[in-house]
Design a protein around this ligand. Structure first.
Ligand SMILES: Cc1cc2nc3c(=O)[nH]c(=O)nc-3n(C[C@H](O)[C@H](O)[C@H](O)COP(=O)(O)OP(=O)(O)OC[C@H]3O[C@@H](n4cnc5c(N)ncnc54)[C@H](O)[C@@H]3O)c2cc1C
Length: 424
């Protein structure tokens, strides 16, 4: 039987970062198995008719200069832009600066007064017991921001995205990615704008997100990445993985596959209802000429518009043709009819003034499934418990989906490097 010290599942950011970290410390006894026919996972890039698209907008927000420098050293010749983000919310035909909760003063007067009034009294009621049914993430939104900010943006937008009852999500389900603001921040923002969020700046390569993936892969032996081979079972006692092509004995098993899939493959007893998620249908659309300038993405809370967000690739490199990604959230079991939705997307782009008489010249679509996992008290508890048990037996679930979490690409690299450091 084939034997390897470290078997890595998935050649996405996390799997490649794990292999690269092993290689860098001179541990060459590793193998990366990738079910797909290409590396990259969700950071793949699609190129069509001169347009460069990812699987939805994939922008890079580095907090660790050493990681950015390591990647950039392996991206010689790439035009990588550092961009100050411009993002807005479409509200009743007006463009409001993001985040909504810090820019209520830009709303029509009646909406502004509603938001300010409810915010004030929510703040005054701090510490009181929440009203019945006001639990989890939804309860946090009402308690912190009041009814109007919650109901005019935060609830409808996040329901379109997560496609679930927000009351079931953990109150910290979005972690550092949620732009918090208290009453003082909001009032101050009315005169001195400070809309900084975790992604106030982002970097993006001309060749698309795959360039960062290629940078990671360049540190991995090419014969140690096997494409088109999926793991379908794991015997944790014997330390043997069954793949679509045979059996492999391992000492350590690092898996970036979705956690619930790992539990099934390893036949770990669990309650499948613990793990829920949404899926996102992404349309990449290229048009014959330019659209709106000075915008990178726009949020759409209005429930009568099918998408929750539209991004403008053409404004990153000042291209002269409109190049969009459009994101639509679905419940995990919902049927995705991409053909029908394509028509709805084009109609809603027109309705919202994103396109007028533009001609569509190239397109691509993909369903990301899972896209956003539903982080609940139960998923957090169960994941932590089972992860501990697996780690004691040399099995390490990692990455956004192995970790059943909300995180960035950089977080994936940080996690992979930290894990490898723990290996003897
Ligand atoms: C809509 C959306 C937008 C995002 N935008 C951003 C952004 O702008 N910036 C940012 O930093 N992050 C963003 N992210 C997060 C980012 O995509 C992830 O953090 C990152 O791609 C996760 O990489 P990964 O390697 O952990 O997982 P994946 O990319 O899912 O890679 C896992 C790999 O494992 C393979 N695999 C799975 N099961 C098996 C198996 N049994 N056998 C073999 N191979 C297997 C899969 O084919 C896949 O290639 C976004 C995510 C979504 C959903």
């Amino acid at each position: 039987m084939e034997k390897v010290r470290t078997l890595v599942i998935g050649a996405g950011i996390t799997g490649l970062a794990t292999a690269a970290a092993l290689a860098e410390r001179g541990d060459d006894d590793y193998l990366v198995l990738e079910a797909d026919s290409a590396i990259g996972g969700y950071c793949k890039t699609v190129k069509k008719a001169g347009f460069v698209w990812d699987y939805s907008g994939h922008f890079f927000h580095f907090k660790h200069p050493d990681i950015e420098a390591w990647l950039r050293a392996r991206m010689q010749g790439q035009d990588v832009r550092n961009i100050e983000k411009k993002s807005f919310i479409e509200f009743k035909g007006q463009s409001i600066d993001f985040p909504f909760q810090k820019n209520i003063h830009q709303l029509p007067q009646a909406d502004f007064i509603d938001c300010l009034y409810d915010l004030y009294f929510a703040n005054a009621a701090k510490g009181e017991a929440p009203a019945a049914g006001m639990t989890g993430f939804k309860g946090m939104l009402y308690a912190r921001f009041g009814k109007s900010i919650a109901e005019k943006f935060l609830i409808p937008y996040n329901e379109k995205l997560y496609a679930t009852d927000l009351g079931t999500l953990d109150s910290d389900a979005m972690g550092r990615f949620f732009p918090h603001a208290d009453l003082t921040d909001i009032i101050r923002n009315m005169k001195v704008a400070n809309n900084a969020t975790y992604n106030a700046h982002f970097t993006y390569p001309a060749g698309g997100a795959i360039e960062y993936v290629n940078a990671l892969a360049s540190a991995v032996r090419s014969d140690a990445i096997r494409l088109g081979e999926a793991v379908i079972g794991i015997d944790i006692e014997r330390k043997v993985a069954t793949t679509t092509k045979g059996e492999i004995q391992f000492e350590r098993f690092v898996s970036s596959a979705p956690f619930n899939r790992l539990l099934e493959m390893a036949r770990v007893p669990h309650d499948p209802a613990t793990y829920s998620w949404n899926k996102v249908l992404v349309f990449n659309l290229g048009f014959d000429r330019k659209g709106r300038k000075d915008v990178h993405w726009v949020y759409y809370p209005d429930r009568s518009t099918c998408f929750y967000r539209v991004g403008f690739y053409d404004n990153i490199f000042d291209a002269d043709r409109l190049s969009l990604y459009v994101e639509i959230g679905y419940a995990r079991d919902a049927v995705v009819d991409a053909v029908a939705m394509r028509e709805q997307v084009l109609a809603d782009l027109k309705k919202n003034g994103v396109i007028t008489d533009h001609e569509l010249v190239a397109e691509h679509s993909v369903v990301m499934d899972p896209a956003y996992v539903h982080i609940t008290q139960r998923s957090l508890g169960e994941h932590a418990r089972i992860k501990g048990e697996l780690a004691a037996r040399g099995v390490y679930p990692v990455g956004r989906y192995g970790g059943w979490t909300y995180c960035s690409i950089e977080d994936n690299i940080v996690e992979a490097r930290a894990l490898v450091k723990t290996f003897a």
